[in-house]
Design a binder for this molecule. Structure first.
Ligand code: MYR
Length: 131
């Protein structure tokens, strides 16, 4: 169901979220227009994701419930897991620099992919349209 090519369409409170993450204003302005695209391929418990944006392109492989490392576009390193709860993907990732936790979910809402983020009390959303 998550399979496909998803392009970011709009974001909610993403600037505040990035600010809470400690990202400076210059990078936040660039990140606002990052043209993020994620290609998701799910096979059972295994996911392959191709991420591309104005910052980089990156291939990510993970298995539900199995811890993996990931580096955010600004260089912040995290480690954590994705799990499936019903129709919702729930991710929990700890930053390696301060061990604080970023939680994120992916769900399908009205044909759009909605990714929610939380870090230290600040919530944000990015909404993707299928290509
Ligand atoms: C993936 O499934 O796409 C790879 C793993 C994602 C890990 C957590 C993603 C959080 C991204 C937050 C970006 C915020 C930039 C401050």
């Amino acid at each position: 169901a998550f399979n496909g090519t998803w392009k970011v369409d709009r974001s909610e409170n993403y600037d505040k979220f990035m600010e809470q993450m400690g990202i400076n204003v210059v990078k936040r302005k660039l990140a606002e227009h990052d043209n993020l695209k994620v290609i998701i391929e799910q096979n059972g418990d295994k996911f392959h994701i191709k991420e591309s944006s104005t910052f980089r392109t990156k291939d990510i492989d993970f298995t539900l419930g199995v811890q993996f490392d990931y580096t955010l576009a600004d260089g912040t390193e995290v480690s954590g897991t994705w799990e499936m709860e019903g129709d919702v993907l729930k991710g929990k990732f700890a930053r390696k620099d301060n061990s604080k936790v970023l939680t994120t979910t992916r769900s399908l809402v009205g044909g759009e992919l909605v990714q929610c983020y939380n870090y230290e009390g600040v919530d944000a959303k990015r909404i993707f349209k299928k290509q």
